[in-house]
Design a protein around this ligand. Structure first.
Ligand code: MLT
Length: 243
């Protein structure tokens, strides 16, 4: 396997990913929230860029079973049903529902890799399940959402841990370039560290809006087996499970 890491979604611009499996990571919090939503029985997630697009799509899907979710500056968008805290995505709230979602970086990253052969969503919550799902790929693109064009340590740490899981499986047949080697080194140096996540730029922003509890929640490793897969702009469980 040849694995490339992109530290920000902006780096993906212009990259040719048609023959790649892309894994998108936005630990704090979009990719963790997508995993939480599908684990809670949401039927599908529809990632979109703007709030206007979200409202339009939810209306056309039918507001009786399509929920609007997302954040701006970490807070729920006015008039939406849900924000972007994974803890809000309970079976009571999202079971059997379609969720139209817009977030600052995460949903943009997903749409930026829409041209890849396969697109999977990873977080600490489902790390080993994603590693197993992409272990046979010949070309892997690990795309960190980052924060408005900047490097984010939480996403890169998760990318490094994914590569480390793949290294355990594939040994010397895993080839990584400089960005991937740096992500691996970060993972080897820190592992998942709640203090490091809380002190990341994303962690500090969440603390500012009173959502620090989301950080430790998203820092739990391998608590879900499911792999979200994006196809034709719709995210569902790769195993077809759930409702
Ligand atoms: C994003 O997409 O930028 C995030 O997930 C931000 C957040 O959850 O507050």
């Amino acid at each position: 396997m040849n694995a490339t890491v992109f530290f920000t979604l902006q780096e993906v611009d212009g990259a040719v990913l048609q023959d790649h499996t892309a894994v998108v990571i936005d630990v704090l919090r979009a990719s963790s929230t997508i995993v939480a939503a599908l684990a809670a029985g949401a039927q599908a997630i529809y990632p979109v860029v703007s709030t206007e697009e979200a409202i339009k799509l939810a209306t056309s899907l039918g507001r009786e079973d399509a929920l609007l979710a997302g954040e701006r500056r970490g807070l729920k968008v006015e008039g939406f049903d849900l924000g972007n805290s994974p803890r809000e995505f309970t079976p009571e709230m999202v079971g059997g529902k379609r969720v139209v979602m817009t977030t600052t970086n995460g949903t943009r990253a997903l749409l930026a890799v829409d041209g890849a052969e396969h697109v999977l969503v990873a977080s600490f919550l489902n790390l080993s399940a994603v590693a197993a799902a992409c272990a046979d790929a010949e070309r892997l693109a690990v795309v960190c959402a980052g924060r408005e064009g900047r490097f984010s340590i939480d996403d890169t740490l998760c990318a490094g841990m994914l590569l480390s899981r793949l290294k355990e499986r594939l040994g010397g047949t895993l080839e990584v370039e400089d960005a991937g080697r740096s992500a691996l080194a970060l993972a080897e140096a820190f592992g998942v560290d709640d203090a490091l996540l809380a002190d990341s730029a994303a962690g500090r922003s969440l603390a500012e809006v009173g959502m620090l509890d989301d950080v430790a929640w998203c820092g739990r490793v391998d608590v879900e087996e499911l792999v979200p897969k994006l196809k034709e702009r719709i995210i569902q469980r790769a195993d077809g499970g759930g409702s």
